[in-house]
Ligand binder design. Sequence first.
Ligand SMILES: Cc1cc2nc3c(=O)[nH]c(=O)nc-3n(C[C@H](O)[C@H](O)[C@H](O)COP(=O)(O)OP(=O)(O)OC[C@H]3O[C@@H](n4cnc5c(N)ncnc54)[C@H](O)[C@@H]3O)c2cc1C
Length: 264
Amino acid sequence: MCVRVERLTVKHCDAVVVGAGPAGLAAAESLASAGIDVTVLEAASHPGGRAWSERWKGYLLETGPHTFRGESEALWGLLERLELMDEVEAMDGRAARYILRQGRLFRVPNGPLDFFMSGLLSPGSKWQVVWGLMKAGSLEDRSVAQWMERRFGTEFRRSVIDPMVGGIFASDSENLDMARAFPKLWQRTGASGRVLPSVLRSASTGGGRRGVYALRGGFGQLAEAVASRLGSQLHLAEPVSCIEVGSDGSYHVCAASGAVYSTH
Ligand SMILES: Cc1cc2nc3c(=O)[nH]c(=O)nc-3n(C[C@H](O)[C@H](O)[C@H](O)COP(=O)(O)OP(=O)(O)OC[C@H]3O[C@@H](n4cnc5c(N)ncnc54)[C@H](O)[C@@H]3O)c2cc1C
């Protein structure tokens, strides 16, 4: 195990992960499962990063994500290894969702008929969306806003995509990279591909579990389960202040407490 040592004293270990959010915990768990000696340094007093849950007057409050999509086999594997499969709950994908616009609630369409009946978009924008399914994009389309707007128009981007990505990523579509925000769609179409042929291709090939899922006890459960598996390899309230690369390629990770965690 990598242990705390005096500043600038090198102590060998295999890997140091900075941050115990979902990314850091997933990386650390798979490294530990592969027998690699890993240390995780987390600035906050709890693991999970944004994926954390609080209890308030008997209610479960998710401070960040509250659902996950079922396509990731890696995530199912993690849930199985952590014995959390009984905690997984399938969400009703057809449950009504609403977008608030100019003081009015609009139901998000659930299918083609719903889409044409919806008051969320003007008739012109609806036809632009249909036409956009066959329209090629441009290699310059890197952000979610550019990618969506070139195909489906400004109204669709502002009225549907912006509230949707705001809810998922707590960011705006101009600042989100399409390849990272929607990796599957990006893999199928790239910057310039057409949406409809790639969606039809993926529907016929299938693959992965469909649907949206939640954890009964909240996402904090997942973080706590990984944290308990990592045990003393996870250091909470240990913010990293610098990372130095040694002349031999080793990493020296300095914590604000003055401790240094070093890899080979
Ligand atoms: C309101 C909201 C709702 C969301 N809903 C969903 C959803 O429903 N489904 C979904 O899949 N995703 C959702 N997301 C996105 C999801 O939360 C993020 O994709 C995910 O948390 C990213 O994980 P991460 O590990 O990269 O970063 P983070 O979760 O941000 O974790 C980073 C960790 O690194 C630590 N850290 C940072 N700097 C240092 C340092 N110097 N030293 C040590 N530690 C450090 C932080 O304290 C933190 O714990 C939502 C996000 C928000 C904000």
